[in-house]
Design a binder for this molecule. Structure first.
Ligand SMILES: Cc1cc2nc3c(=O)[nH]c(=O)nc-3n(C[C@H](O)[C@H](O)[C@H](O)COP(=O)(O)O)c2cc1C
Length: 210
């Protein structure tokens, strides 16, 4: 199926077959492909926390304002960004790996690694949070498209209490929780949704509405 077809057919689905089990290798394969998404300086900050423990799912239900998909989805994933990905060690290691794989020479390795280290060095916490949000969001969208292509339905969720979710899953401040993604076999179609016509959202050279 083309990317365009997947996008045209995708809906947010909120009702899943709770008896359907997703194969662990299917999930692994979706995540491996999603990890190919573009990400700033290739620091690879996105983390996928899969919640398959029924007790944890039950604990998350009220935290996610009783959204039943938290219980019924075949997979529930907390999409996280790792602030430690900005550290020089990580950046150096990733570029060394690229060098060892023969993807670039030593001078490009050093240039890219140093440029990335400098890029993050003076950023505020707010700016780093935005960097993580960008990277995790791109990986999330890739994951959603891949899941739909593989015959699953998905829902993205920010409707949960972040502090309570982090506490109940023991997620430290090292990580930014960006969103939840639930996927599985839908039992009820997602409702149709409208979109603005393109002429309302597309501009050229300048924003005409100040
Ligand atoms: C970041 C984000 C958070 C969302 N959070 C929720 C949520 O907590 N609960 C929910 O039912 N839908 C949630 N949605 C789904 C949106 O409501 C949905 O994408 C939108 O209404 C458009 O519908 P569609 O996805 O079917 O095209 C979220 C979507 C996004 C992108």
């Amino acid at each position: 199926m083309s990317v365009q077809s997947v996008l045209e057919q995708r809906r947010s689905v909120r009702h899943f077959d709770s008896n359907y089990t997703i194969q662990p290798e299917t999930l692994t394969s979706l995540i491996a492909s999603a990890s190919k998404s573009p990400n700033g300086n290739n620091i690879q900050a996105t983390r996928y926390l899969i919640i398959d423990d029924p007790d944890l799912r039950s604990a998350l239900l009220p935290i996610a304002y009783n959204q039943q998909q938290v219980m019924d989805a075949s997979a529930l994933i907390v999409m996280l960004g790792d602030y430690r990905a900005f550290e020089a060690d990580n950046i150096i290691n990733i570029h060394e790996e690229g060098f060892q794989s023969g993807y670039f020479d030593a001078s490009l390795r050093d240039y890219l690694a140093n440029a990335a280290i400098q890029y993050y060095a003076n950023k505020s916490d707010e700016e780093l949070t935005l960097e993580l949000t960008r990277d995790v969001s791109l990986a999330s969208m890739s994951f959603i498209l891949l899941a739909n292509e593989a015959g699953f339905e998905t829902i993205t969720m920010s409707g949960y209490d972040s502090a309570q979710l982090k506490a109940s899953l023991n997620i430290s401040d090292r990580y930014l929780d960006v969103m939840l993604i639930a996927l599985g076999k839908g039992t009820k179609n997602g409702h149709q949704t409208v979109r603005h016509p393109v002429h309302q959202i597309m501009y050229r050279n300048t924003m005409t509405h100040l």
